[in-house]
Write a protein that binds this ligand. Structure first.
Ligand code: ZN
Length: 310
Protein backbone atom coordinates (compact mmCIF):
# COMPACT_ATOMS: atom_id res chain seq x y z
CA UNK A 1 0.00 0.00 0.00
CA UNK A 2 3.02 2.25 0.29
CA UNK A 3 4.01 3.28 -3.20
CA UNK A 4 5.89 6.16 -4.62
CA UNK A 5 6.43 7.01 -8.26
CA UNK A 6 9.94 6.61 -9.62
CA UNK A 7 11.71 9.92 -10.05
CA UNK A 8 14.50 11.10 -12.28
CA UNK A 9 17.84 11.73 -10.67
CA UNK A 10 19.75 14.86 -11.73
CA UNK A 11 21.45 12.92 -14.52
CA UNK A 12 18.05 11.99 -15.91
CA UNK A 13 18.40 8.39 -14.83
CA UNK A 14 15.27 6.77 -13.44
CA UNK A 15 15.61 5.58 -9.93
CA UNK A 16 13.16 4.22 -7.46
CA UNK A 17 12.75 6.00 -4.23
CA UNK A 18 13.14 3.74 -1.27
CA UNK A 19 9.94 3.52 0.72
CA UNK A 20 10.12 5.78 3.74
CA UNK A 21 9.52 4.28 7.09
CA UNK A 22 6.85 6.16 8.97
CA UNK A 23 6.75 6.04 12.76
CA UNK A 24 3.99 3.68 13.83
CA UNK A 25 2.37 6.39 15.94
CA UNK A 26 2.09 8.69 12.90
CA UNK A 27 0.67 5.92 10.71
CA UNK A 28 -1.99 5.16 13.34
CA UNK A 29 -2.81 8.87 13.69
CA UNK A 30 -3.24 9.20 9.92
CA UNK A 31 -5.43 6.11 9.78
CA UNK A 32 -7.56 7.39 12.65
CA UNK A 33 -7.90 10.76 10.92
CA UNK A 34 -8.77 9.01 7.67
CA UNK A 35 -5.88 10.74 5.89
CA UNK A 36 -4.06 9.02 3.03
CA UNK A 37 -0.59 7.88 3.99
CA UNK A 38 1.03 9.98 1.29
CA UNK A 39 -0.11 13.04 3.25
CA UNK A 40 2.98 12.31 5.31
CA UNK A 41 5.32 12.85 2.34
CA UNK A 42 7.58 15.78 3.05
CA UNK A 43 5.73 18.51 1.19
CA UNK A 44 6.25 21.92 2.71
CA UNK A 45 3.85 24.75 1.93
CA UNK A 46 4.49 28.27 3.19
CA UNK A 47 2.63 31.52 2.78
CA UNK A 48 3.93 35.06 2.81
CA UNK A 49 2.71 36.80 4.87
CA UNK A 50 2.29 33.99 7.40
CA UNK A 51 -1.04 35.50 8.50
CA UNK A 52 -3.55 35.61 5.65
CA UNK A 53 -6.04 38.49 5.61
CA UNK A 54 -9.15 39.31 3.61
CA UNK A 55 -8.28 41.86 0.90
CA UNK A 56 -4.60 40.91 0.95
CA UNK A 57 -2.31 39.21 -1.56
CA UNK A 58 -0.44 36.06 -0.61
CA UNK A 59 2.60 34.28 -2.02
CA UNK A 60 2.39 30.50 -1.76
CA UNK A 61 5.71 28.66 -1.76
CA UNK A 62 5.77 24.90 -2.16
CA UNK A 63 8.61 22.42 -1.77
CA UNK A 64 7.38 19.11 -3.20
CA UNK A 65 8.76 15.69 -2.25
CA UNK A 66 10.03 14.95 -5.77
CA UNK A 67 11.17 16.66 -8.95
CA UNK A 68 8.14 18.01 -10.81
CA UNK A 69 7.35 19.19 -14.32
CA UNK A 70 4.43 21.35 -13.29
CA UNK A 71 2.44 22.35 -10.27
CA UNK A 72 -1.07 23.75 -10.24
CA UNK A 73 -3.45 24.49 -7.43
CA UNK A 74 -6.88 25.68 -6.49
CA UNK A 75 -7.46 28.33 -3.85
CA UNK A 76 -10.84 29.85 -2.96
CA UNK A 77 -12.23 28.64 -6.28
CA UNK A 78 -9.38 30.13 -8.32
CA UNK A 79 -6.81 28.28 -10.38
CA UNK A 80 -3.12 28.77 -9.64
CA UNK A 81 -0.18 27.95 -11.89
CA UNK A 82 3.09 27.77 -10.00
CA UNK A 83 6.53 28.84 -11.26
CA UNK A 84 9.77 27.08 -10.30
CA UNK A 85 12.65 28.82 -8.57
CA UNK A 86 15.71 26.57 -9.10
CA UNK A 87 17.88 28.41 -6.58
CA UNK A 88 15.55 27.56 -3.68
CA UNK A 89 13.96 24.49 -5.34
CA UNK A 90 10.54 25.87 -4.55
CA UNK A 91 7.43 26.44 -6.63
CA UNK A 92 5.66 29.74 -6.10
CA UNK A 93 2.45 31.53 -7.09
CA UNK A 94 0.87 34.84 -6.17
CA UNK A 95 -2.74 34.68 -5.06
CA UNK A 96 -5.08 36.63 -2.84
CA UNK A 97 -8.04 36.63 -0.51
CA UNK A 98 -11.10 38.69 -1.50
CA UNK A 99 -12.09 41.50 0.87
CA UNK A 100 -15.51 39.92 1.59
CA UNK A 101 -14.01 36.59 2.68
CA UNK A 102 -15.22 35.43 6.11
CA UNK A 103 -12.42 34.56 8.52
CA UNK A 104 -11.88 30.80 8.78
CA UNK A 105 -9.85 27.91 7.45
CA UNK A 106 -9.44 27.50 3.69
CA UNK A 107 -7.63 24.79 1.78
CA UNK A 108 -5.01 25.13 -0.91
CA UNK A 109 -5.29 22.03 -3.13
CA UNK A 110 -2.15 21.14 -5.08
CA UNK A 111 -1.75 18.90 -8.12
CA UNK A 112 1.73 18.03 -9.32
CA UNK A 113 2.80 16.34 -12.53
CA UNK A 114 6.11 14.69 -13.24
CA UNK A 115 7.31 12.89 -16.36
CA UNK A 116 8.17 9.84 -14.32
CA UNK A 117 4.78 9.40 -12.73
CA UNK A 118 1.53 8.79 -14.60
CA UNK A 119 -0.75 9.62 -11.71
CA UNK A 120 -0.57 13.22 -10.50
CA UNK A 121 0.63 13.82 -6.96
CA UNK A 122 -1.94 15.52 -4.78
CA UNK A 123 -1.48 17.50 -1.63
CA UNK A 124 -3.55 19.93 0.36
CA UNK A 125 -2.75 22.46 3.02
CA UNK A 126 -5.15 24.48 5.16
CA UNK A 127 -4.61 28.18 5.88
CA UNK A 128 -6.41 30.36 8.39
CA UNK A 129 -7.74 33.67 7.06
CA UNK A 130 -7.99 36.42 9.69
CA UNK A 131 -10.01 39.63 9.50
CA UNK A 132 -8.14 42.71 8.30
CA UNK A 133 -9.10 46.09 9.71
CA UNK A 134 -9.80 48.69 7.05
CA UNK A 135 -10.53 52.34 7.92
CA UNK A 136 -14.15 53.22 8.46
CA UNK A 137 -13.54 56.95 8.01
CA UNK A 138 -16.23 58.44 5.81
CA UNK A 139 -15.01 61.24 3.59
CA UNK A 140 -17.40 63.68 1.94
CA UNK A 141 -16.28 64.36 -1.59
CA UNK A 142 -17.74 66.58 -4.26
CA UNK A 143 -17.50 65.47 -7.88
CA UNK A 144 -19.18 66.64 -11.07
CA UNK A 145 -22.86 65.68 -11.36
CA UNK A 146 -22.14 63.56 -14.45
CA UNK A 147 -20.64 60.98 -12.08
CA UNK A 148 -23.50 60.80 -9.57
CA UNK A 149 -26.49 61.77 -11.77
CA UNK A 150 -25.47 60.88 -15.35
CA UNK A 151 -27.73 61.87 -18.27
CA UNK A 152 -29.01 59.12 -20.60
CA UNK A 153 -26.16 59.90 -23.02
CA UNK A 154 -23.64 59.68 -20.18
CA UNK A 155 -25.28 56.47 -18.99
CA UNK A 156 -24.59 54.99 -22.44
CA UNK A 157 -20.91 56.02 -22.11
CA UNK A 158 -20.80 54.43 -18.67
CA UNK A 159 -22.32 51.21 -20.07
CA UNK A 160 -19.64 51.19 -22.80
CA UNK A 161 -16.89 51.58 -20.17
CA UNK A 162 -18.41 48.83 -18.05
CA UNK A 163 -18.42 46.51 -21.08
CA UNK A 164 -14.75 47.23 -21.83
CA UNK A 165 -13.86 46.48 -18.22
CA UNK A 166 -15.87 43.24 -18.24
CA UNK A 167 -14.17 42.17 -21.49
CA UNK A 168 -10.61 42.95 -20.43
CA UNK A 169 -10.40 42.71 -16.65
CA UNK A 170 -11.91 39.23 -16.60
CA UNK A 171 -9.08 37.81 -18.68
CA UNK A 172 -6.65 35.63 -16.78
CA UNK A 173 -3.16 34.83 -18.06
CA UNK A 174 -1.90 32.04 -15.84
CA UNK A 175 1.74 32.22 -16.99
CA UNK A 176 3.85 34.52 -14.86
CA UNK A 177 5.36 37.73 -16.22
CA UNK A 178 6.03 39.53 -12.93
CA UNK A 179 9.51 39.09 -11.61
CA UNK A 180 10.71 40.05 -8.14
CA UNK A 181 9.25 42.72 -5.89
CA UNK A 182 6.53 45.13 -6.96
CA UNK A 183 7.65 48.76 -6.84
CA UNK A 184 5.55 51.86 -6.12
CA UNK A 185 4.27 53.57 -9.29
CA UNK A 186 5.30 57.00 -7.97
CA UNK A 187 7.52 58.16 -5.13
CA UNK A 188 4.95 60.19 -3.18
CA UNK A 189 2.80 60.28 -0.07
CA UNK A 190 -0.54 58.47 -0.14
CA UNK A 191 -3.82 60.35 0.35
CA UNK A 192 -6.30 57.47 0.66
CA UNK A 193 -5.83 53.82 1.50
CA UNK A 194 -7.44 50.56 0.38
CA UNK A 195 -10.80 49.60 1.88
CA UNK A 196 -11.89 53.03 3.17
CA UNK A 197 -15.54 53.98 2.85
CA UNK A 198 -16.43 57.08 0.82
CA UNK A 199 -19.40 59.27 0.05
CA UNK A 200 -19.66 61.26 -3.20
CA UNK A 201 -22.17 64.15 -3.17
CA UNK A 202 -23.92 62.48 -0.25
CA UNK A 203 -24.15 59.11 -2.08
CA UNK A 204 -22.39 56.19 -0.37
CA UNK A 205 -19.95 54.39 -2.66
CA UNK A 206 -18.46 50.94 -2.46
CA UNK A 207 -15.16 50.79 -0.50
CA UNK A 208 -12.08 52.35 -2.05
CA UNK A 209 -10.42 49.46 -3.87
CA UNK A 210 -7.09 51.17 -4.49
CA UNK A 211 -4.32 53.30 -3.10
CA UNK A 212 -4.22 57.03 -3.85
CA UNK A 213 -1.01 59.02 -4.19
CA UNK A 214 -0.92 62.78 -3.81
CA UNK A 215 0.81 63.83 -7.02
CA UNK A 216 0.36 66.88 -9.26
CA UNK A 217 -0.65 66.52 -12.92
CA UNK A 218 2.27 65.50 -15.14
CA UNK A 219 4.10 63.25 -12.64
CA UNK A 220 5.65 60.24 -14.42
CA UNK A 221 3.91 56.97 -13.47
CA UNK A 222 5.94 53.75 -13.58
CA UNK A 223 4.95 50.11 -14.14
CA UNK A 224 4.95 48.31 -10.79
CA UNK A 225 6.41 45.14 -12.31
CA UNK A 226 7.07 43.46 -15.68
CA UNK A 227 4.04 42.67 -17.79
CA UNK A 228 1.95 43.34 -20.89
CA UNK A 229 -0.31 46.38 -21.39
CA UNK A 230 -3.84 45.00 -21.32
CA UNK A 231 -5.64 48.37 -21.51
CA UNK A 232 -4.45 51.89 -22.31
CA UNK A 233 -7.50 54.04 -23.03
CA UNK A 234 -10.09 56.46 -21.63
CA UNK A 235 -12.87 55.06 -19.45
CA UNK A 236 -15.74 57.08 -17.93
CA UNK A 237 -14.90 56.85 -14.21
CA UNK A 238 -11.26 55.82 -14.45
CA UNK A 239 -10.29 58.53 -16.95
CA UNK A 240 -7.18 57.75 -18.97
CA UNK A 241 -6.18 54.41 -17.54
CA UNK A 242 -3.52 51.78 -17.97
CA UNK A 243 -3.92 48.16 -16.93
CA UNK A 244 -0.89 45.86 -16.88
CA UNK A 245 -1.24 42.08 -16.97
CA UNK A 246 1.57 40.54 -14.90
CA UNK A 247 0.41 36.94 -15.37
CA UNK A 248 -0.76 34.46 -12.71
CA UNK A 249 -4.06 36.37 -12.89
CA UNK A 250 -2.53 39.54 -11.45
CA UNK A 251 -3.24 43.00 -12.89
CA UNK A 252 -2.12 46.48 -11.80
CA UNK A 253 -4.35 49.45 -12.70
CA UNK A 254 -3.43 53.14 -12.93
CA UNK A 255 -6.28 55.71 -13.15
CA UNK A 256 -6.92 59.41 -13.87
CA UNK A 257 -3.80 59.84 -16.04
CA UNK A 258 -3.35 63.06 -18.04
CA UNK A 259 -1.35 61.24 -20.71
CA UNK A 260 -0.80 57.64 -21.83
CA UNK A 261 2.76 56.61 -22.76
CA UNK A 262 2.06 52.99 -23.77
CA UNK A 263 -0.18 51.10 -26.17
CA UNK A 264 -2.23 47.96 -25.61
CA UNK A 265 -0.08 44.89 -26.29
CA UNK A 266 3.23 46.59 -25.37
CA UNK A 267 5.61 44.73 -23.06
CA UNK A 268 6.80 46.78 -20.11
CA UNK A 269 9.45 46.40 -17.45
CA UNK A 270 9.21 47.41 -13.81
CA UNK A 271 9.97 51.12 -13.47
CA UNK A 272 9.17 51.92 -17.11
CA UNK A 273 7.11 55.08 -17.62
CA UNK A 274 3.54 54.21 -18.68
CA UNK A 275 1.86 57.61 -18.39
CA UNK A 276 1.63 60.94 -16.60
CA UNK A 277 -0.62 61.49 -13.59
CA UNK A 278 -3.67 63.73 -13.80
CA UNK A 279 -7.27 64.17 -12.71
CA UNK A 280 -9.26 62.67 -15.63
CA UNK A 281 -12.47 60.71 -14.97
CA UNK A 282 -14.16 60.77 -11.58
CA UNK A 283 -11.47 62.52 -9.56
CA UNK A 284 -11.80 65.36 -7.07
CA UNK A 285 -8.42 66.64 -8.18
CA UNK A 286 -5.12 65.43 -9.61
CA UNK A 287 -3.86 62.24 -7.95
CA UNK A 288 -2.83 58.74 -8.91
CA UNK A 289 -5.15 55.85 -8.08
CA UNK A 290 -3.42 52.47 -8.22
CA UNK A 291 -5.30 49.20 -7.88
CA UNK A 292 -4.36 45.52 -7.78
CA UNK A 293 -6.71 42.97 -9.22
CA UNK A 294 -6.22 39.25 -8.86
CA UNK A 295 -8.61 37.01 -10.82
CA UNK A 296 -11.55 39.39 -10.43
CA UNK A 297 -10.97 40.54 -6.86
CA UNK A 298 -9.31 43.77 -5.67
CA UNK A 299 -6.40 43.47 -3.25
CA UNK A 300 -4.57 46.00 -1.07
CA UNK A 301 -1.69 47.50 -3.13
CA UNK A 302 0.25 48.48 0.02
CA UNK A 303 0.32 44.86 1.12
CA UNK A 304 1.53 43.69 -2.31
CA UNK A 305 4.33 46.29 -2.19
CA UNK A 306 5.47 44.94 1.18
CA UNK A 307 5.90 41.34 -0.05
CA UNK A 308 9.42 40.08 -0.68
CA UNK A 309 9.06 38.12 -3.94
CA UNK A 310 11.24 35.70 -5.91
ZN1 ZN B 1 -8.48 56.15 -5.49
Amino acid sequence: MWRQPPRLSREGEAERLRPRTLPLGLVLTLLVLGLPLNAALPWTVHSQPTRLLNGAPVLFQVKPPAKLDSLTGTWLGHELTFSYNPSTRTWFALAGVDIERTPGKYTLELTAHSATSKAPLKFSSAFAVSRARYPKIKVQLAVEKKFTEPSPEQQAQIAESVKVKQDFLGRVTLDREWNGNFAAAVDAATSDVFGSQRIFNGVAQRPHFGLDYRVPTGTPVAAMNDGTILLARFLYFEGNCVVIDHGQGLLTLYFHLSELKVKEGNSVKRGQEIGLSGGTGRATGPHLHVAIRWQGTYLDPARLLSLSLP
